[in-house]
Ligand binder design. Structure first.
Ligand code: F0G
Length: 458
C-alpha cells in the first residue's frame, strides 16, 4: 500500500527518460570530470539536482500560456498576475523579475550600501552573493538546532531571537538597511519557520525601524508545515496561513521557480512607495518594464495560476508526503539524513555514511558520483566542495560542519516507483559504502567552484 497520498493528478503528457548502461555512465561521468553539473541531461535517469524550474506545469498553466498578452506595457497578463499577488501576499507594490536572484539583485541595489549588514536565519547562496556584491555583509542567525542532523525540532529554520537582538544591538540598527528570513530554509535543510517566529522576528526588526523582507521561494511548503506542526493552525487553509505570514513583513523577494511551479519567473514586492520608485528604475535598467520584468507575458500568466496551485492543500499533502516517504525508505535502511525531512528535498548525511573519507577528499562528492554510477541519479553535493575555504588570516582550510548530498524533488514530476528506485539504488551504495573512495580536484575556480570544478578519483 502507498504510504503517502496518491498523486492528486493524472498524467496527460509524458517526457521519456532512459536508463543508460553502466558502461555509458562510467564514460559520461569521466568525461564530466566527475562533476555532475557537467553531465548531459540525456544521460540522467532521475534528476534531483534542483527543484527549481524543474516542476511539471498543470493543464491550467499550459492553457494560461495561450492567453499571454505580449504587449510591452500594461499587458492583461500583468494585471492577472497582480490580482493573484495582491490576493495572496497583500503588498501595495510588486514587480515581476526573471527569477529569484534578479529580485535579490534589485533589492540589494536599492537598499544595501557598502559596510552594512543584512541578518537572516540563513541566506541562500545567491542572496548572500547579491548582498556581498553591493559591499554588504550577509549574516546567518538560525537556531543552533539547525546544525544537529538528528534533532527533530519541528521548526529548525527559526531565527535565534537572542542572537538576532544581540546582533542588532552590536551592529547598530542604522547599519542594517533590511532584515530578512528565508522560508523554508533551503541552505539549512529545507526546514520551516514557525508563524510565532516570523511574528517575533518582524516585531524585533520593527522595534528598531528595520524593514523586514521574506525570501519566499518555498512559501507554500512553509505554510503547510505550519498547518501540520504549529498549534492553532490545523483548521486553516494554506492560503490563509500564507496571508498571515506575509502580513508581518514589509516586502518579499521570491523565486517563482519553486512553489509557484513555473519554469522561469520571480517576484519582488513591498509596501514602501519610495522603495518601489527606486525598484522600478532599477528594474527598467536591468530586467525590463515594470509590467513584465524580464518575462514574456505568457510567463506571467503561468505564474498567476501556479501561485494558487502551489497552495492547494491536496497537492501539498502529496508533496510533503512524498518527501517524507522517501525519507522513511532511506531511514529503514539505516541511511542518515537531516531530520525531520524538509519540504523540497532530502539531505543525505554523506559524512556519516562515509566516515573513512576525510573532508579534504570530499565524501559528498564521492556519494554523488556513486549515485550516478549506480542508478544514473543526479544529486548535488552540499559540503566541502561547495563550502570549504581557507581562513582569511591563517590560510588554514575551514570545512563545513556537515557533508551533505541534497536530493531535491521536482514538483509533480516523479512517481512513487521512481522514489522506490531511488531508495533501492542508495541502499545498494550504503551496503558497499566502505569501498567508496574520495576525490581530488584537477581544476577548481576560486568562487562558486562546485559548478565547474573537475575531479579525479583517489
Ligand atoms: N532563495 C532561495 C531560498 C532559493 O532556494 C533560491 C534558488 C533562490 C533564492 C534564487 O532563486 O534560482 O530563481 O534565482 N534555489 C535553487 C536551488 C537554485 O537549487 O535550491 P533563482
Amino acid at each position: 500500500m502507498p504510504h503517502y497520498p496518491p498523486e492528486p493528478f493524472r498524467i496527460k503528457v509524458v517526457e521519456p527518460i532512459k536508463l543508460v548502461s553502466p558502461a555509458e555512465r562510467q564514460a559520461a561521468i569521466a568525461e564530466a570530470g566527475y562533476n555532475v553539473f557537467a553531465l548531459k541531461a540525456k544521460d540522467i535517469f532521475i534528476d534531483l539536482l534542483t527543484d527549481s524550474g524543474t516542476g511539471a506545469m498543470s493543464q491550467n498553466q499550459w492553457a494560461a500560456l495561450m492567453q499571454g498578452d505580449e504587449s510591452y506595457a500594461g499587458a492583461r497578463s500583468y494585471f492577472r498576475l497582480k490580482e493573484a499577488v495582491e490576493d495572496i501576499f497583500g503588498f501595495k507594490h510588486f514587480v515581476p523579475t526573471h527569477q529569484g536572484r534578479a529580485a535579490e539583485n534589485i533589492l540589494s541595489a536599492v537598499l544595501v550600501k557598502p559596510g552594512c549588514s543584512v541578518p537572516s536565519n540563513m541566506h541562500f547562496d545567491t542572496t548572500d552573493a547579491n548582498i556581498r556584491a553591493r559591499g554588504g555583509r550577509p549574516v546567518n542567525l538560525v537556531i543552533e538546532e539547525a546544525f544537529d542532523p538528528a534533532n527533530p525540532h519541528p521548526f529548525k529554520g527559526n531565527m535565534d531571537m537572542v542572537k538576532l537582538k544581540a546582533y542588532i544591538e552590536e551592529t547598530g540598527p542604522a547599519n542594517i538597511p533590511l532584515g530578512m528570513i528565508t522560508v523554508t530554509n533551503n541552505a539549512g535543510g529545507g526546514q520551516p519557520v514557525s508563524m510565532e517566529n516570523i511574528k517575533a522576528v518582524a516585531a524585533l526588526y520593527h522595534s528598531y525601524n528595520i524593514p523586514f523582507y521574506i525570501d519566499a521561494a518555498r512559501y507554500a511548503e512553509n505554510a503547510y508545515f505550519i498547518k501540520l506542526r504549529e498549534p492553532g493552525f490545523a483548521d486553516k487553509a494554506p492560503i490563509e496561513i500564507a496571508r498571515e505570514m506575509f502580513s508581518y513583513a514589509d516586502g518579499f523577494c521570491m523565486s517563482a521557480k519553486k512553489d509557484a511551479i513555473v519554469n522561469i519567473g520571480g517576484l519582488l514586492a513591498m509596501n514602501d512607495d519610495e522603495i518601489f520608485k527606486h525598484v522600478s528604475n532599477e528594474l527598467i535598467l536591468r530586467e525590463g518594464f515594470v509590467s513584465y520584468g524580464g518575462l514574456a507575458g505568457r510567463d506571467l500568466d503561468a505564474m498567476a495560476v501556479g501561485l494558487y496551485e502551489g497552495l492547494d492543500e491536496d497537492y501539498l499533502a502529496y508533496r510533503l508526503g512524498q518527501t517524507a516517504y522517501l525519507a522513511g525508505l532511506l531511514r529503514e535502511q539505516g541511511i542518515g539524513l537531516i531530520e525531520p525531512p524538509g519540504g523540497h528535498a532530502i539531505y543525505l548525511d554523506a559524512g556519516a555514511l562515509l566516515p573513512h573519507i576525510p573532508h579534504a577528499e570530499f565524501p559528498g562528492q564521492s556519494l554523488a558520483v556513486e549515485m550516478y554510477l549506480e542508478g544514473a541519479i543526479r544529486a548535488c553535493e552540499i559540503g566541502s566542495v561547495m563550502f570549504a575555504h581557507p581562513d582569511q588570516d591563517t590560510g588554514e582550510m575551514i570545512y563545513p560542519r556537515l557533508e551533505l548530498v541534497r536530493l531535491a524533488i521536482p514538483r509533480r514530476t516523479y512517481t512513487q516507483s521512481h522514489l522506490d528506485y531511488l531508495a533501492e539504488s542508495i541502499g545498494k551504495i550504503a551496503k558497499r559504502a566502505g569501498d567508496l573512495r574520495g576525490y581530488k580536484f584537477t581544476y577548481a575556480p576560486e568562487l562558486l567552484r562546485h559548478f565547474t570544478a573537475r575531479f579525479e578519483p583517489l
